[in-house]
Write a protein that binds this ligand. Structure first.
Ligand SMILES: NC(=O)c1ccc[n+]([C@@H]2O[C@H](COP(=O)([O-])OP(=O)(O)OC[C@H]3O[C@@H](n4cnc5c(N)ncnc54)[C@H](OP(=O)(O)O)[C@@H]3O)[C@@H](O)[C@H]2O)c1
Length: 331
């Protein structure tokens, strides 16, 4: 296994808000990231407007938070920096229908993820900057950390540098939303898009949840009560994750019993064996060659039947009932 050299971490001292002061920033979308970023940017003294569809459910929230809200087309016309914070699977449609014709030379398109640009769902003209600031946390957490004067880390990248100031603008934006307090790491749209999809699918969301469910099922099928199985396989996850984040994997093993540690060394390798590694490599290939995105976009354009079926199956799994029972019991 080869490692790339360690990347530089940019902090508050490396970023200057002067590159954004007095420049209107249009935030397109007012969900998890849109709301948190808009509030943080405004608290950092920047000039923010919000762009939303005319019938959007988010208009009320944005107005209540004191922002001026415009239809997306209008917001793109008024903004110099256009921060695209609507869901990724809708970027292609939003860009083609509302943004493309309103983007004039010298504006900046800013994304919180490399997805749409890397997979060419959005094809910006040559005479705009295209930059990314991708926070490593949901919006709600980013806002909370900002208010506590902490900040969450982020990736940033410059794909198109028409003005020659793309990096300075990206770093200033990262500072204004609080990310350079924790650290901003430079990457590319490609690496962010591929890494993000792979991490969430194979490890953090897809892989992990299947591991939890199978562990739960095996214990229940062996005769343990669902509550017992849940407490053993799922409930202590936050302790393990927090310990790994604070002390590393070896440090986590130092903090559990020797029996747990010895058993984990031999069983872990049997559960996550070469077959799993091969499947992960296959998943990565499907992400890299664009076939995952092609299938997902087709799903979005044809009524999301498979997506909705899998969503229903997930919420009907017995582990969900058990999880709710445990949560209720522990209230
Ligand atoms: N969430 C995270 O943890 C996270 C972390 C890092 C980066 N990101 C990135 O941040 C971006 C936004 O993600 P998110 O999770 O914040 O999305 P989200 O919460 O799902 O965004 C929903 C918002 O987008 C609005 N919207 C829907 N269609 C729109 C349209 N046609 N035009 C304008 N606005 C529209 C929605 O309005 P309605 O109320 O009308 O539906 C709502 O305000 C994505 O690129 C994502 O990859 C997310």
């Amino acid at each position: 296994m080869t490692n790339k050299p360690t990347l530089k971490i940019y902090k508050d001292r490396d970023a200057d808000l002067k590159h954004l002061r007095g420049i209107p920033i249009a935030i397109i979308g007012y969900g998890s990231q849109g709301r948190a970023q808009a509030l943080n940017l405004r608290d950092s003294g920047l000039q923010i407007i919000i762009g939303l569809p005319k019938k959007s459910n988010s208009i009320k929230t944005a107005r209540k938070d004191g922002f001026e809200v415009y239809p997306s087309d209008e917001a793109v016309k008024l903004g110099e920096i256009i921060s695209v914070l609507a869901p990724d699977h809708q970027h292609k449609k939003i860009y083609n229908e509302h943004m493309k014709k309103n983007l004039s030379a010298g504006k900046t398109l800013l994304f919180a993820c490399g997805f749409s640009i890397h997979f060419r769902l959005v094809l910006p003209p040559k005479d705009v900057d295209v930059i990314m600031v991708a926070p490593h946390a949901p919006g709600e957490m980013m806002r909370k950390f900002f208010l506590e004067k902490k900040g969450v880390p982020c990736f940033f990248a410059v794909q198109q540098n028409y003005s020659g100031k793309g990096k300075k603008k990206a770093l200033a934006y990262a500072k204004a939303i609080g990310c350079t307090k924790a650290g901003a790491i430079q990457t590319t749209f490609r690496d962010e898009a591929i890494g993000d999809l792979f991490g969430e699918q194979a490890v953090l969301c897809g892989g992990l949840t299947e591991l939890l469910k199978v562990g739960f099922e095996v214990l229940v099928e062996s005769g343990l009560s669902p509550e017992n199985a849940y407490l053993e396989c799922v409930h202590q996850l936050d302790f393990i994750v927090d310990t790994i984040k604070s002390h590393g994997i070896a440090g986590m093993f130092d903090r559990i019993s020797k029996t747990a540690e010895y058993g984990s060394y031999q069983a872990g390798k049997r559960v996550i064996d070469d077959r799993v590694r091969k499947e992960m490599e296959k998943i990565l290939k499907e992400i890299e060659d664009g076939s995952f995105v092609k299938t997902w976009m087709k799903e979005c354009e044809t009524g999301m039947k498979n997506y909705l079926k899998m969503k229903r199956m997930t919420s009907k799994h017995p582990i969900e009932r058990t999880s709710k029972r445990i949560r209720d019991l522990m209230k």
